[in-house]
Design a binder for this molecule. Structure first.
Ligand code: AGP
Length: 611
């Protein structure tokens, strides 16, 4: 999704903008641009393609100024060309605008502007913003008023910022549903679509409500709400540090984040324990108060990898709490006849907290009276702010588009949520609950053990890097892990891959099996271990090549599979956190062998903030 950044009050602003856009590259984009307020007006530089193209021209021209905006565009309306890149300007080129989101009524507004003689120079929905702001300024409005009046004409989701050659030092921005965060400096002010762009400059951040307009000048931020009334918005200090958003010597963020999983999971466990670290305690459940007793069903709502975490959570909650659970794709849930209500707990699972499909589903369920507990990785994100309460995963910033540490921290947070819920509803005694703490503490070591097999996984990955199709099979709590392994491979290597319940193979997918179809099977100890071994036999008897994830030293599996990916053994319920690691590594190394863009796979964005 698009990345936006704005700065006022810093000299050499064009370099800051480029560096800020670089920290937002992971969001996915296909063109980029900056606009700087210079002594003779606005200097606007834009390029299609990667940021390096823009950086080259900025380095050459180095437009000097202290106010500027920058944008990486993930094309929605108009091809990914320089003509459609942001910042977009008005006719006289006195106003520049950057925008993240979709203006759904842009055609009507475009016709209205064309009828007044405005000539459009791009195919974007965004260009109407530059002309509307320009028209308001021409009528004597301040930049903040011009942005507000313009926003009142818009339908859709958007965060857009504007600068004007005639308003030195001023940045104005409005937010409606699309992600936006403000940075508070001593003598400078900042805006960005995500925290990593602000980290090198300030850790003091401010979130806006939908409809808020903020006017930024060097060192001051003035916010008015949807009615134009001046309001105070909280400033808080974030606990991420700039190092966390750097690669730290790794070739790719994805590998760094795969290896950060043991510590991220440990930090998330610590977050879900009582002060004395002896008892599992999820404060978010306190927020439900007496409503907790009346919950009759739970729906996990999510997209992509987070949806896979929801499938695992279904096993946790149904096994531990005895409450019926649904797991729904957010993009489907929101269009179904909403069954939400006070006794139906909705749990959105989202790393970014900004996935629009998930947010829209939450908003509809909330309006229907459902309590909302979010499992989210970014504090103060829209999902965190709109839920009744949140369980924050402590993965830290996840930059690689393919989710890894966010997934395993989601799994452990959901597992602990299920345990605490079971205890509060009397399905588990306090002693039974406390017995689960130790296996959780040992998870870190098992995950580190799985990572120690990296080199072995790399050799197998290279062997299969030219395969055209993969099948991933798992049963029970490892069925979602098979789905996740398939998604990882698809996302970063572009090889077609499907995840399936291993027991389902004989109902169709077995027709696909031949010597050219590698089949990854999760065969670690558990209730259905023997069934999985039988599935391995089914594949082998049809010349399929089996890559089995199994317990270290498991000779039964080793004798039946073509290749094994060994992992340390943990309790079956939490085995997914360990078993997913070789699958993440397999995908990473296959993609590396194929020369793919691992951190920014084609067509993908880190946070899908459009529908
Ligand atoms: C996972 O590797 C993908 N990047 C994608 O499926 C992602 O999980 C999905 O878009 C949901 O994102 P969220 O967790 O931020 O809501």
């Amino acid at each position: 999704m698009c990345g936006i950044i704005g700065v006022t009050g810093r000299s050499g602003v064009s370099r800051l903008l480029i560096d800020g856009l670089r920290s937002l590259e992971y969001r996915g984009y296909d063109s980029a641009g900056i606009a700087v307020q210079t002594e003779d007006g606005l200097t606007v530089l834009r390029r299609a393609g990667k940021l390096a193209e823009l950086d080259a021209v900025v380095s050459e021209l180095e437009p000097f100024g202290t106010v500027g905006i920058g944008h990486t565009r993930w094309a929605t309306h108009g091809a990914p060309t320089e003509r459609n890149a942001h910042p977009v300007v008005d006719g006289p080129e006195r106003v520049a605008v950057i925008h993240n989101g979709i203006i759904e009524n842009h055609e009507v507004l475009r016709e209205e502007l064309v009828a007044t003689g405005v000539e459009f120079r791009s195919d974007t929905d965004t260009e109407i913003l530059a002309h509307l702001v320009s028209r308001e300024l021409a009528g004597g409005a301040s930049l903040g008023q011009a942005v507000r009046t313009t926003a009142q004409r818009l339908e859709g989701s958007y965060a857009f910022a504007a600068i004007s050659a005639d308003h030195p030092g001023v940045l104005a921005v409005v937010r409606c549903q699309s992600p936006l965060i403000l940075g508070v400096g001593d003598e400078a002010s900042y805006l960005a679509s995500d925290i990593p762009a602000l980290l090198p400059h300030t850790k003091r951040v401010m979130s806006l409500d939908d409809g808020d307009v903020a006017v930024l000048t060097p060192g001051t931020i003035t916010v008015t709400d949807v009615d134009g009334v001046e309001v105070e918005r909280d400033v808080r200090t974030i606990n991420w540090d700039p190092v966390q958003v750097q690669k730290g010597g790794y070739r790719h963020f994805m590998m760094k984040e795969i290896e950060e999983q043991p510590s991220a999971v440990s930090a998330t466990i610590a977050q879900c324990l009582s002060e004395d670290a002896e008892h599992i305690r999820i404060p978010a459940l306190d927020a439900l108060g007496p409503r907790l007793e009346t919950i009759k069903r739970i729906t996990f709502v999510a997209c992509g990898t987070s949806w896979h975490a929801g499938l695992a959570a279904k096993f946790y909650v149904e096994n531990l709490c005895g409450i019926p659970v649904d797991v729904d794709y957010a993009s489907e849930f929101r269009y179904r006849q909403m069954q939400a209500g006070p006794d139906h707990l909705i749990v959105p699972i989202t790393q970014s907290g900004e996935t629009l499909d998930t947010l829209t589903a939450v908003r509809q369920a909330k309006a229907a009276g459902s309590p909302i507990i979010a499992v989210v990785n970014v504090a103060e994100s829209s999902a965190d702010r709109e839920a009744d309460a949140s369980v924050l995963t402590v993965a830290g910033p996840e930059i690689g588009v393919a989710s890894t540490k966010a997934f395993t921290t989601q799994l452990v947070a959901l597992y602990m949520l299920a345990l605490d819920l079971a205890s509060r509803r009397g399905a588990l005694t306090r002693e039974q609950l406390d017995e689960r703490v130790q296996p959780l503490r040992r998870l870190r070591f098992a995950m580190e053990g799985a990572l120690r097999h990296k080199e072995h996984v790399r050799r197998i990955a290279y062997h299969f890097s030219q395969a055209r199709d993969f099948l991933f099979l798992g049963r029970g709590v490892n069925y979602p892990i098979a789905l996740e392994g398939a998604l990882k491979l698809k996302e970063i290597s572009y090889i077609h891959a499907e995840g399936y319940p291993a027991g389902e193979m004989k109902h169709g997918p077995i027709a696909l099996i031949d010597a050219n179809m590698p089949v990854v099977v999760i065969a670690t100890p558990g209730r259905v271990y023997d069934k999985v071994l039988a599935n391995i036999q089914e594949v082998r008897s049809r010349d399929g090549q089996v890559i089995a994830v199994c317990a270290e030293g498991d000779e039964r599996v080793r004798s039946q599979a073509d290749h094994v990916l060994e992992v340390p053994v943990v309790d079956e319920d939490i085995s997914g956190l360990v078993n997913v690691i070789p699958l993440q590594l397999l995908s990473y190394y296959i993609a590396e062998r194929r020369g793919c863009d691992i951190d920014q796979p084609r067509n993908l964005a880190k946070s899908v903030t459009v529908e």
